[in-house]
Design a binder for this molecule. Structure first.
Ligand SMILES: [Zn+2]
Length: 138
């Protein structure tokens, strides 16, 4: 019972920390995002936001056990490696980026529509009711 109460408090602290991080990111990102979905290990060289995307993915690699697959919810480890990353940054003020992760199994087996729905769900935490605009808003 004590372990359960401690776990509940820990989960609440994690959710509070995530909400605070999302709030900070939302304020800095603005109302439009530049997004990129890229296979793990693929080079980011030449991407317009290479520096902030590298910094964001570095954070993910530094604490993989605190990251969950945006599709199946699995935690990452050496046995459950990253398959792909969904990057986002503010379209108008790209000073910081976020990186969400997809596990290898989901990246290889999930239908693209499922990956896209998961991406929309994640990105709408930052831009409520946002939609993908292949033209980049122009
Ligand atoms: Zn997964």
């Amino acid at each position: 019972m004590i372990a359960t109460l401690q776990q509940t408090a820990a989960n609440r602290a994690v959710r509070r920390r995530e909400a605070a991080e999302i709030g900070r990111y939302r304020r800095r990102a603005g109302r439009a995002l530049d997004t990129t979905l890229i296979e793990a290990g693929a080079p980011l060289d030449g991407h317009a936001h290479v520096d902030i995307f590298r910094k964001a993915v570095g954070e993910v690699y530094r604490r993989p056990s605190s990251v969950k697959c945006i599709i199946c919810g699995c935690a990452f480890s050496s046995e459950q490696p990253f398959g792909a990353f969904l990057f986002s940054c503010g379209a108008d003020r790209p000073t910081m980026a976020s990186a969400s992760a997809i596990c290898v199994a989901c990246w290889h087996d999930a239908p693209f529509c499922e990956i896209e729905l998961a991406a929309v769900r994640i990105l709408r935490r930052i831009v409520p009711n946002g939609v993908f605009d292949p033209a980049g808003g122009s």
